[in-house]
Design a protein around this ligand. Sequence first.
Ligand SMILES: [Zn+2]
Length: 208
Amino acid sequence: MTEQEGVIKYQLEFREAEPLLDHNYSDLNHWHRQFKNAGILGQDPKRYNGLGFGNLSQRIDQQSFLISGTQTGGLDELTANDYALVTRTDIPLNRVEAEGWVKPSSESLTHAAVYAFDDQIQYVFHVHSPDIWNARTSLDIPETAAHIAYGTPQMAEEMIRLYQQGVFERGNILAMVGHEDGVIGFGSTADQAGGLIMRMARRISPSL
Ligand SMILES: [Zn+2]
């Protein structure tokens, strides 16, 4: 069964605030465009019941990160209005606190888990790549278990468990088997995170 994309499953404490103008979004906007052109972020009536897919985030400090708003995958260009600031997360309690003009992505808790791996991680990108996801075994990409759904504390805990096993020593990328086409790349720079995803996708579809 295909799980509905985009539904927020965590308990959200959201403070509606003016658009977050004080941040530099150029890296996130750049990769939003790249992924959209490659068809691994966006909105398509033929995929996932027509809901937007893919979300990008950037660390601000120890606790907080900027993340694209829920259902912004279909937009060609994101502005400050389209990002939320996640100010605090609690994985065991399944809670997210955020502020901004839009609510944060439904996968915010998953992003928080990746930032918890290591302080050096500055960017987390989530895309929906059938190419990478279907070829994850031949590409030797670590994966989360099939019974674990996106956006849940179980997903966050599973990823932290993978990190502790050292599986990301072979690359900062993973496939979420319980989330169709779901792939996460991360890194200390946006180009590291985005470049790795695109290199993997091109090994399957060289024309991308
Ligand atoms: Zn997703």
